[in-house]
Design a protein around this ligand. Structure first.
Ligand code: ITT
Length: 195
């Protein structure tokens, strides 16, 4: 089976992507290739960060790979946390703190104005070629957490196209079918299938 490296250490993300690519590729994360580096993500856009992570793996490990970066853009917070989504609460990858901060800052924002979207950029490096895939999903930020599945901001994000449940109340395949990363990954899968 062909191998595809994803520049991530996020186990939830790896699992979501394995579900979509599992029978086409052996999907490996950074730990699987022996990379335990804290890869810099200092660009000011999600596209820039996805490119940085993928280029890092290419440069240091010589492997084709893809990388994704996601931002949650909340309209009432002028698009924040956006590219700062992972460490919005001050500590990297502490989702509870991130959510607490969002709920605190939005305490006075009424429901119709709690609009937001997740946006994902995927950069695929293959040989000398670079390809960009994007996906997004519109939704609302609830006033409290609902559900325990998923990760990150899933428990406060209610997608417009759903039945009222948050992403954290859906199973992985339900989330993948409409999510930002699911949509970007679907484009990547279509592209890889055409090869
Ligand atoms: P890697 O950089 O190791 O891939 P990460 O956790 O930093 O993993 P991203 O940079 O793509 O992931 O996303 C930044 C943050 O956005 C992430 O830490 C979560 O808080 C949030 N996030 C990303 N995807 C999400 C999703 O599908 N549902 C909810 N929150 C998500």
């Amino acid at each position: 089976m062909k191998r595809l490296v994803i520049a991530t250490n996020n186990a939830h993300k790896l699992e979501e992507i394995r579900q979509m690519l599992g029978d086409m590729y052996e999907v490996q994360g950074l730990a699987d290739i022996g990379c335990h580096d804290d890869i810099p993500e200092t660009a000011d856009t999600i596209e820039g960060n996805a490119e940085m992570k993928a280029q890092y793996v290419k440069l240091h490990y010589g492997l084709d790979c893809f990388s994704d970066d996601t931002g949650l853009e909340i309209d009432a917070l002028n698009g924040e946390p956006g590219v700062h989504s992972a460490r919005y609460g001050g500590v990297a990858h502490d989702s509870e703190r991130n959510i607490d901060k969002v709920l605190r800052l939005m305490a006075d924002v009424p429901m119709p104005k709690r609009t937001a979207r997740f946006r994902t950029a995927i950069v695929l490096l293959q040989g000398d070629e670079q390809h960009l895939f994007e996906g997004k999903v519109e939704g609302h930020i609830l006033t409290e957490r609902h559900g325990t599945g998923g990760f990150g901001y899933d428990s406060i994000f209610q997608p417009v196209e759903g039945d009222g449940r948050t992403f954290a109340q859906m199973d992985a395949s339900e989330k993948n079918a409409i999510s930002h990363r699911g949509r970007a990954t679907a484009q990547l899968v279509e592209f890889l299938k055409r090869q």
